[in-house]
Design a protein around this ligand. Structure first.
Ligand code: B12
Ligand code: SF4
Length: 494
C-alpha cells in the first residue's frame, strides 16, 4: 500500500530546502522509495497573516497518512492548532526543525514524534517503520536515534542524539520539483532574474547569544565539496534558468579555498560572470583578498551580522570575551565590500539587557552610511540559545508562552507585545529611536518582496512629506524599481 506523506512548511519567501532534502534522501537511499508518495504543502505568510486560512491548510492535510511539520518558533502556536486538528482525525504528526529540537521535552500530545537536529536519516527510519508496522510502536521507536516521543506512562522519551552525516556530498540535491507555490522560484523575483537558493554547508563555528544554529548543527562546520556546489549550480541553471544563487548557509563564505575551487570550475565551464551570488558573511573573516575573490565570482550581495556599534555589546552578542570580532572590523568589512561594488546589507540588533541609549545610537550610526542597506532587529530570545536561558531565568519567557511574541517581524503592531529583554531603556524610548530608521530602511532596502510594495510606497510618501530633501532620491529610485517590476511582471504574465 502506498503511504502518502505531506511535509508542511510555513516559510514565506523561498523553498524550505530542508524538506526537499528529506525527500531526496529517502528517494535515493530507502529500499521503500516506491512505497511512499510525498507532497510539500506550502502555507506561506504575507506579513504575519497566512495567505491560506488555517482551516484550509488543515483540510488539505486531511488527505495524508502522515504529516511532517517544520517548526519555526514564531509560528509554533499555529503549528499546534494544525496538529490538534490532525490528531482529531487520527493522522500522525511528526515535528522537525529548530523549535522542537530546542525543546524536545515539550513534545505536544497531538504529535507522535519529534525529529531532533539533522533529519534525513532519522526521517527515513521513521517512514520505514511506518511502512513495515503501519504505525510507530513505542518498542521500535526506542531504537531510533535523534527523536523524542511519548512513552507509555505519559513521559517524554528523548533518545540519544543522531550522529550527523559526515560527508554532506552524500546528500542528494533537495527535491525542488515538489515545491509548487508561485512564491517559490518565481520568474521575476529580483531585478527580473530568477533566484534559486542553495545550501553549501551545515554548522557554524561561532555561538552568538541569540542564535540556535550551533546547537542544532554543531560548531563543527561541514562543507559540501566544490564539485557538489558547482553541479548544483549547473543543475539549477539548466532546469530553472537560475542566474542568481542565494547561498542560504550560515557561514559558508568562511571557506575561501573552496570558493577558489568553485571559481575555477565556473571559469573552466564558461560560467564565470554569467551568474551571481548573494550570501552572508562575518566581519572578522573578510579582507581585501576574500573581497577580490567574491568580486571575481560575481557576489553581488553580502549580508553582515554587524549587530552593534560598541565593543561591549558586540562581545555580549557574539558571546565572546576575546574581541574575536571588533567594531573596527565591522566598519572595515562594510567599507571594503562596498568599495568592491558589492551591495551590502548590515544586520543590526538593539535591546540587549543592559544596553544604554548612547550604545544604541552608536549602532544606528551604521544606518547613515550612504549606499549601505540595513535591517534592525530587536534582540529576541529564541529557544536553544544562551539568551533563551537568560530570559527564562528572568521570567520573560516560558515553554508554554504565546510564541508569536518571539516573532522577529518589527513594526507598530508587533513591537508592543514582543518579549523585551532590555532593562535599561524603556520600551517606548527604544521604539522612538528605531522607528524612523525602520521607515527609512523600507525605502533604502532592495525590492525582494513585491508584496510589500504598496506599504513601501505609503511609508515612502510619509517620509517624503517629512523631509523632501533627504528622501526624494530614495523615493524616486524605489518608485522606479517598483514600476519596473510590475511592468515586467505584467508583460511576463501575458
Ligand atoms: C535560509 C533561512 C531562511 C530563509 C528561507 C528559509 C527556508 N525557506 O527554509 C528566510 C530568509 C525566508 C528565513 C526566514 C526566517 N527565518 Co530563517 N533561516 C534560514 C537558515 C539560515 C537556513 C535554513 C535552511 O535551509 N537550512 C538547511 C536545512 C537543511 O535545514 P532545515 O531547514 O533546518 O532542515 C533540516 C532539519 O532541521 C530537519 N527538519 C526541518 N524541518 C523538518 C520537518 C520534519 C517533519 C522533519 C522530520 C525534519 C525537519 O531536517 C532537515 C534536514 O536535515 C536557518 C539557519 C540554519 N542554518 O538552519 C535560519 C533559521 C531557520 N531562521 C530563523 C528565523 C528566526 C527566521 C525568521 C523568523 C526571521 C525573520 N526575520 O523573520 C523568518 C521566519 C519565516 C517563517 N515564517 O518561517 C531561525 C529559526 C529559529 C527558531 N527557533 O525558529 C534560524 C534557525 C536562524 C537562527 N539561527 O536563529 N530564514
Ligand atoms: S549568528 Fe551567524 S555567526 Fe553567530 S552563531 Fe549564528 S550562524 Fe554563527
Amino acid at each position: 500500500m502506498m503511504i502518502r506523506v505531506a511535509l508542511l512548511t510555513l516559510q514565506s519567501s523561498s523553498p524550505a530546502l530542508g524538506l526537499g532534502y528529506l525527500i531526496s534522501w529517502f528517494k535515493k537511499y530507502s529500499e521503500f522509495r516506491n512505497d511512499v508518495e510525498f507532497s510539500i504543502v506550502e502555507a506561506p505568510k504575507a506579513v504575519s497573516t497566512f495567505i491560506k486560512p488555517i482551516e484550509k491548510i488543515c483540510k488539505e492535510l486531511e488527505e495524508y497518512d502522515i504529516v511532517g511539520i517544520s517548526t519555526i518558533t514564531q509560528d509554533y502556536s499555529e503549528i499546534l492548532t494544525i496538529s490538534d486538528h490532525l490528531k482529531s482525525k487520527n493522522i500522525p504528526v511528526i515535528l522537525g526543525g529548530h523549535h522542537i529540537s530546542a525543546l524536545p521535552y515539550k513534545l505536544p500530545h497531538s504529535t507522535v514524534v519529534g525529529v531532533l537536529g539533522e533529519g534525513e536519516i532519522t526521517f527515513q527510519q521513521l517512514l520505514e517503520l511506518f511502512v513495515k508496522c503501519g504505525g510507530f510502536p513505542e518498542d521500535k521507536l526506542i531504537g531510533i536515534d535523534g527523536i523524542c516521543f511519548h512513552g507509555k506512562e505519559g513521559q517524554i522519551v528523548i533518545n540519544k542524539p543522531r550522529e550527523r552525516i559526515k560527508d554532506i556530498d552524500l546528500i542528494p540535491f533537495p527535491a525542488r520539483a515538489y515545491f509548487t507555490s508561485k512564491h517559490f522560484i518565481p520568474k521575476i523575483k529580483w531585478k527580473n532574474k530568477v533566484v534559486g537558493n542553495i545550501i553549501t554547508s551545515r554548522g557554524c563555528p561561532y555561538n552568538c547569544v541569540f542564535c540556535s544554529t550551533t546547537k542544532h548543527w554543531s560548531n563543527k562546520i561541514r562543507f559540501a565539496s566544490a564539485e557538489y556546489v558547482f553541479n548544483e549550480i549547473m543543475y539549477l541553471h539548466k532546469e530553472y534558468d537560475v542566474t542568481v544563487f542565494q547561498v542560504d548557509d550560515d557561514l559558508g563564505t568562511v571557506n575561501r579555498k573552496r570558493w577558489r575551487e568553485i571559481k575555477d570550475l565556473l571559469r573552466d565551464n564558461g560560467m564565470l560572470g554569467r551568474i551571481e551570488f548573494h550570501a552572508q558573511c562575518r566581519a572578522n573573516i573578510i579582507d581585501e583578498e576574500l573581497c577580490d575573490l567574491f568580486r571575481e565570482l560575481n557576489f553581488t550581495e553580502l549580508e553582515f551580522g554587524i549587530e552593534s556599534g560598541t565593543q561591549r555589546i558586540l562581545d555580549y552578542l557574539k558571546n565572546t570575551v576575546k574581541k574575536r570580532c571588533t567594531v573596527e572590523q565591522n566598519w572595515e568589512a562594510l567599507r571594503i565590500s562596498h568599495e568592491a561594488g558589492i551591495n551590502v546589507l548590515a544586520q543590526l540588533i538593539v535591546g540587549s539587557p543592559d544596553e544604554t541609549i548612547e550604545e544604541v545610537k552608536k549602532t544606528l550610526d551604521f544606518t547613515e552610511i550612504p549606499g549601505i542597506r540595513y535591517q534592525i532587529c530587536l534582540l529576541t530570545p529564541l529557544p536553544g540559545t544562551t539568551l533563551w536561558q537568560y530570559a527564562t531565568r528572568k521570567g520573560l519567557v516560558s515553554e508554554d508562552m504565546d510564541w508569536s511574541r518571539l516573532s522577529l517581524e518589527l513594526n507598530e503592531k508587533t513591537f508592543p507585545k514582543k518579549v523585551y529583554v532590555c532593562d535599561t531603556i524603556p520600551r517606548d524610548r527604544l521604539w522612538s529611536m528605531i522607528k524612523p530608521k525602520l521607515d527609512e530602511a523600507v525605502l533604502k532596502n532592495d525590492l525582494k518582496d513585491v508584496s510589500l510594495s504598496f506599504d513601501t510606497l505609503f511609508v515612502g510618501l510619509k517620509l517624503l512629506f517629512r523631509d523632501p530633501r533627504r528622501y526624494s532620491k530614495l523615493y524616486y529610485d524605489k518608485f522606479k524599481s517598483l514600476f519596473n517590476v510590475y511592468f515586467l511582471k505584467y508583460f511576463h504574465s501575458r
